[in-house]
Design a protein around this ligand. Structure first.
Ligand code: NAD
Ligand code: DAU
Length: 347
């Protein structure tokens, strides 16, 4: 079995690659990544020498290159995670999101269709997507697999578009696909421009914690390794042409989450309780900020038997410990371009 995993040097992709390389030694895992600012091979240094692992540096927007690697390696399946993934960046540069998330996905679909055209049996195009395609919930209700798409940010519009193309290739050409739509992930290797790792890093460096708007926005948080487990299950046991929602039934208002994080960080850093909370600063809201996301993950639970393995408190503690033990990683990824991004975004 030759599996092409795209975006494997990123946050979630690195956990998926590690899981497949170590759990399935009989599979050949090819990690294709352009190593953008979010891609980091340090995330995979523990498995980089494994016999069943190959890294391919390349860009999914390059159709010729994608065609050439399908011809060279004859992949049996694709697990597609490569994307521009940060909502704030999509507000300042929407076209970059169309290029990678829409055109890049199209290139993979075209090459897979061409490569598998004589026999789709046993092939699978697994597209990793987000709950943000469903738009924003009010105070009540959950996103189910039949909730209509209603994306609000350029990021979620580009992901919604890629989901539609994957489905369309299934309907039109019979391409065997699966889509999963997951809620907010957190955990080791999370790039520190997203809420949780950004705030951990800022607490370590005693910098302000920029809470957007009034902080009353709600997200549904899932530990990244539980997402990787769900992807493993859906890849092996999911039905073709189906969508599965993945989430932790774990909703937090941003401000409550930030206060919990501050409390845990005070303990870990041996500080007086309340020290980190003093860093909270309310800043200008994100334009088009979705009020609430919350996933109904009962389909994947009932049909595939998946459930999260850790509570939020356990996952958050593991995450904080990882960042405190890996400050070199943090220092490396927050040098250079990151500094420029941070000062443009927050100052
Ligand atoms: P990330 O930004 O951490 O990583 C993305 C990876 O894709 C990086 O390694 C980057 O180098 C690579 N990449 C970007 N553009 C590329 C291109 N043109 N060609 C090849 N590689 C390219 O993202 P993440 O948070 O790990 O998200 C992974 C996937 O999961 C995305 O598709 C995202 O939409 C989806 N998702 C993320 C979350 C979340 O909370 N982070 C939740 C649900 C779904
Ligand atoms: O829901 C899944 C999505 O979760 C994924 O598809 C995206 O790839 C991923 O980035 C994430 O999107 P969010 O926009 O929800 O994540 P982010 O960490 O950027 O923000 C989480 C919440 O915290 C959101 O309400 C905005 C707020 N926030 C974020 C940052 C970076 C702040 O208040 N301050 C900040 O500095």
């Amino acid at each position: 079995m030759k599996i092409l995993i795209t975006g494997g040097a990123g946050f979630i992709g690195s956990h998926v690659v590690r899981r497949f390389v170590t759990k399935y030694p009989a599979y050949q895992i090819f990690n294709l990544d352009a190593l953008t600012y979010a891609g980091n091979l340090e995330n995979l240094k523990d498995i980089q020498k494994s016999e069943n692992y190959t890294f391919l540096k390349g860009d999914i927007t390059d159709a010729k290159y994608i065609d050439s690697i399908f011809k060279e390696y004859n992949f049996d399946s694709v697990i597609h995670l490569a994307a521009e993934s940060h909502v704030d960046r999509s507000i300042t540069d929407p076209l970059a999101f169309v290029k990678t998330n829409v055109i890049g996905t199209m290139n993979l679909l075209n090459s897979a269709k061409e490569s598998w055209k004589n026999n789709f049996k046993g092939k699978r195009f697994y597209h990793v997507s987000t709950d943000e395609v469903y738009g924003s919930l009010g105070a009540n209700g959950l996103f189910t697999e039949s909730t209509s798409y209603d994306p609000n940010s350029p990021y979620s519009a580009s992901k919604a578009s890629s989901d539609h193309f994957v489905r369309a290739y299934g309907e039109t050409y019979g391409l065997p696909y699966i889509i999963t739509n997951c809620s907010n992930n957190y955990g080791p290797n999370h790039f520190p421009e997203k809420l949780i790792p950004l705030f951990i890093n800022n607490i370590i460096h005693k910098k302000s914690l920029p809470v957007y708007g009034d902080g009353n926005y709600t997200r549904d948080w899932l530990f990244v390794e539980d997402h990787a487990t769900a992807i493993d299950l859906a890849y092996h046991k999911g039905e073709n042409h189906e969508t599965y929602n993945i989430g932790g039934f774990n909703e937090w208002k941003n401000i409550d989450l930030v206060k919990l994080l501050c409390k845990l960080m005070d303990v870990k850093l041996n500080q007086k309780e309340g020290e980190s909370e003093k860093l909270i600063t309310y800043v200008k809201d994100r334009p088009g900020h979705d009020l609430r996301y919350a996933i109904d993950a009962s389909k994947i639970n009932k049909e595939l038997g998946w459930e999260p393995s850790v509570t939020f408190e356990q996952g958050l503690e593991k995450t904080i410990d990882w960042f405190l033990q890996n400050q070199d990683w943090l220092d490396n990824v927050t040098s250079g371009d990151y500094k420029e991004y941070y000062s443009k975004m927050y100052q």
